[in-house]
Design a protein around this ligand. Structure first.
Ligand SMILES: [Zn+2]
Length: 266
């Protein structure tokens, strides 16, 4: 019996009445584009009054939210015979103005992992992108739509799945330079992300130290016998207070960036 829920999924069920019963054929899947920048935006569509519904959503940070068990027939392609057959997965990103936004490294890793799981469980029959047995689709290949605006990196993720499922060492897939290149690319981007995180941490520490120093100076100025009555002291006090406020804002911005970078790395 096939597992209905991806083991790493965060279960966030959609409205129970939306799917059209059982999905009669395990034919393949579509990775869609949410054309938006947040999971909550996509979730609002799922929970709203529209008919569209799909099996799961991959967030920017690689989290996979599953909305329905894989055996249900979800309406996500606008093409009825294909809806019956295909698993539909939305991928956050590609907002208007940046519709071809590439999947982030965490999305590539998750997409490949979900794809491998669907294959292992038998929810999709193979990894073919062409021919009679084709099972890996872009939305635009079954309906008149721009989706997914060529966002899904089909070739690399298929290579990753093949390398993952192949026995280690001396296997043809592992020896395949393209599979290796795809994996090396992922490792490289994780390293880049890590060095960006280290750099942001350094910046944040430095700015915090300067801000603390300024705060101490404010105390000294406030306690000065000349006090804020002296126009020069008052000016200095004002300048240092403003600089400290700006530094604190800069630290907050860096810490947001740090959080985003750390989330994308997981
Ligand atoms: Zn789509």
């Amino acid at each position: 019996m096939k597992a209905l829920w991806y083991p790493g999924a965060i279960r966030d069920p959609g409205p129970a009445h939306k799917p059209d019963g059982d999905r009669p054929y395990d034919h393949g899947l579509i990775f869609h584009s949410t054309v938006g920048t947040s999971y909550s935006g996509a979730r609002n569509v799922l929970m709203g009054s529209g008919v569209t519904n799909w099996h799961g959503t991959i967030d920017y940070n690689g989290d996979f939210y599953q909305h329905y068990p894989m055996n249900l027939h979800c309406d996500h392609s606008g093409n009825h015979p294909m809806n019956d057959r295909l698993v539909g997965i939305e991928v956050v990103g590609g907002p208007v103005g940046h519709v071809s936004e590439p999947w982030r490294p965490a999305q590539v890793a998750r997409g490949a992992h979900v794809l491998g799981w669907l294959l292992d469980e038998g929810w999709i029959p193979n990894l073919a992108r062409t021919g009679d047995r084709k099972s890996c689709y872009r939305h635009r290949e079954v309906s008149s739509t721009a989706c997914d605006s060529f966002r899904c990196p089909w070739n690399p993720i298929i290579r990753i799945v093949k390398a993952r499922t192949a026995p280690p060492v001396e296997d043809e897939d592992m020896a395949d330079p393209q599979a290796r290149a795809a994996i090396e690319l992922l490792i490289e981007s994780a390293h880049l992300q890590q060095s960006e995180i280290d750099m942001l941490k350094g910046q944040s520490k430095f700015l915090q130290a300067v801000a603390t120093n300024h705060q101490e100076r404010i105390l000294v100025l406030e306690k000065s016998p000349a006090g804020p009555v002296d126009p020069q002291f008052a000016q200095d006090l004002d300048a240092v207070t403003k600089a400290t406020e700006q530094l604190e804002k800069d630290v907050a911005v860096i810490e947001d960036k740090l959080e985003d970078a750390a989330a994308a790395l997981v």
